[in-house]
Write a protein that binds this ligand. Sequence first.
Ligand SMILES: NC(=O)c1ccc[n+]([C@@H]2O[C@H](COP(=O)([O-])OP(=O)(O)OC[C@H]3O[C@@H](n4cnc5c(N)ncnc54)[C@H](O)[C@@H]3O)[C@@H](O)[C@H]2O)c1
Length: 320
Amino acid sequence: MEMGLLDFARRVAIVTGGGRGMGRSHALMLASRGARIVVNDILSPTGENPAEDVAAEIRAAGGEAVPVNDSVVGGCDAIVQAAIDAFGQLDIIVSNAGVMSSETLADAAAENWHTVFDIHFRGTVEVCRAAWPHLVKSGSGRIVTTSSSGMLGNAGLTSYGSAKGGIFSFTRSLAIEGQDHGINANVILPSAKTRITDTIDDPAIAATLARHFQSDHVSALVTWLVHQDTAVTNEAFQVSGGRAGRVVMAAMPTVRVAESTPEIWAEKQGELMADGPLKPLLTTAAMFGDELADADPAIRHAMSGETGGLALKPTTGREG
Ligand SMILES: NC(=O)c1ccc[n+]([C@@H]2O[C@H](COP(=O)([O-])OP(=O)(O)OC[C@H]3O[C@@H](n4cnc5c(N)ncnc54)[C@H](O)[C@@H]3O)[C@@H](O)[C@H]2O)c1
């Protein structure tokens, strides 16, 4: 191995949707740094096996990889089992599989709408659920999930975008659940030239994507995030074309009313809608804690946690 490269010391990674686009690039980059890879992708209707192609490409370059063709919808136990069967351990999940859809809610058949949602959201949840006990055993499990700027809202993205918003929130809670197990989880909002963006027919946009938006730019951040020495967790990053930045939910200044009536809110519309300094909203506990403390500052003494928020205790089984 070249000097100075991040060394994955034969740790085992699953990359879902690893047969094409960004997933292929993540798989190749992780393998080039010594990770053993389960390349997951489905067979194409015309019989191509992109997972097998990428696994063969990794092996030809001297790496270790196996393909697995189960869908992330319904097949995540099999995908995780393939990692255990081939390599005996599992340390890293890169949840990346996805399909694009841009039908409006009015036009999309309900079944198609939910199929797209399930590939992204259910596929992400289930691969993490199946992997979890193995990541706990690893002691330094790493998860990166794939959201999108689509979560912020655009006509045609009620399914794709809401699944991506779900993935964002899912990852934030999962990261907190992973803290006691050494598991880090982060979510990316990438942009890259792949067959998804090849559907954009504006020539200027297509040329800019072709020149600047190679998948490797995204894989470099992902590869760093899932390395065992990287401590970053519970973050979201936009990443594309050689730049990256943290993405947070944020709130405009709140407006307090003397009396909660609809008429007073009608009067206050201007103030409520005005732009002002943003406050990042990083966790449920931090936001809820601020609400409580704003109503009664004395409650702060009952609060704990790094954020100064209220510690919310998870339940460990079914209640009642
Ligand atoms: N390209 C972009 O600019 C962009 C922007 C934001 C988010 N994303 C997200 O990045 C991820 C990768 O997309 P890409 O642009 O590389 O597209 P891509 O089409 O090149 O790759 C996605 C891969 O996922 C596979 N896949 C689809 N359904 C699957 C299933 N049920 N089980 C297993 N694999 C399945 C596909 O066969 C394909 O090989 C997706 O989640 C996508 O939504 C892409």
